[in-house]
Design a protein around this ligand. Sequence first.
Ligand code: 3PG
Length: 403
Amino acid sequence: MANRDFLTIDDFDTEDKTVLVRVDLNSPMDPEGNILDDMRIRSHVATVKELKNAKVVLLAHQSRPGKNDFTTMSPHASKMSKYLGQDIKYIDDIFGTYARQKISSMEKGDVALLENVRFYSEESLERPVSEHEKTHLVRKLAPLFDIYLNDAFSVSHRSHLSIMGFTNVLPSGAGRIMEKEVTSLDLGKSGGGRPSIFVLGGAKVDDSMKVIEHVLSNNDVDRVLVTGLVGNVMLAASGVDIGEENMRFIEKQGYTDQIDRAKTLLDKFNDKIGVPQDLALNDNGKRIEVGVNELATTNHPVNDIGLETIVSYSKEIENAKTVVLNGPAGVSENEEFALGTREIIKAAAKASYSIVGGGHISAEVLNMGVEDSFYHLSTAGGACIDYLAGEKLPGVEILKEVK
Ligand code: 3PG
């Protein structure tokens, strides 16, 4: 590995040490609590394997407060145990007496996973490191550890407690996934040349808006094509009546304010932003295609982009020199609505140089077996596009600072 501007596992003597590793095991889950795609869980096995001479405690999150899949890490421990070939002890606590006793009684070679760190309300506050250091979580856990590793590149665009809070109080560096992502994306940043296209979908509308502002203001990208919920918000911003049901969904996700943000972007960069011309609705599980002007009268949710949009987006993507895909075009885990996501992936696989980021869409790339046609398959969604857009990620920057 290249000589990096942050420390890596190679810089630490981990023999018999107790190592705290922030990983990102956040995975798509069904309402019954089953993990639908375990790409991220598998990816961290490499880091854990390299620490077999240490006591390893993993710290991670699943989803966000208020979401249906905001749940315990117990299934993640079982999945990861399978891939590691070793039992990972799931600890039903984050930093209380129970967790601390369990950590203190670990032996060399043991691996444990703590409970969902976002169950602790201070985790998700974006605050300066000095504030994070004062929290109970850092004060109670730090004395039990010798080393902190951040292997969660995909959360490193958030200055959250578990990403920032230990870096000044423990010798800190990057795990193997962090290292690999930064190396690949650094090489990939120069891209394959122009025209360059970002295809942004999925449900994290605020992250996507931020990236669109950034890449279009800096003229880093020639076109941004939107799909998924990002597409619906753009359509609403462009004056299309997307129907009550779809407006309610935007509201429920807390993204009503993003419509104004999208309007500003459309006013400024109208010719650079491609919005869907037609969509696929979910009528009791059946796919029905409608033009955007027919949405006003519908009570069905948009679940995919429509055929015309698929054809025109695919043409643009195939002809681009650089393509970055982030987030699915629709509800891709449902066979009936996976078409848009799959066709966009097929087109990007034909482009000379493509990077894909985000859990759902990366899972689809792997399902389709076309990963070799991509320059890099990132474990990250928002962090990947932020990084490619040239933003500094707090979790990466802090590792450089403390080196
Ligand atoms: C992701 O899935 O992109 C990461 O786990 C970060 O999750 P978040 O967007 O809920 O912070």
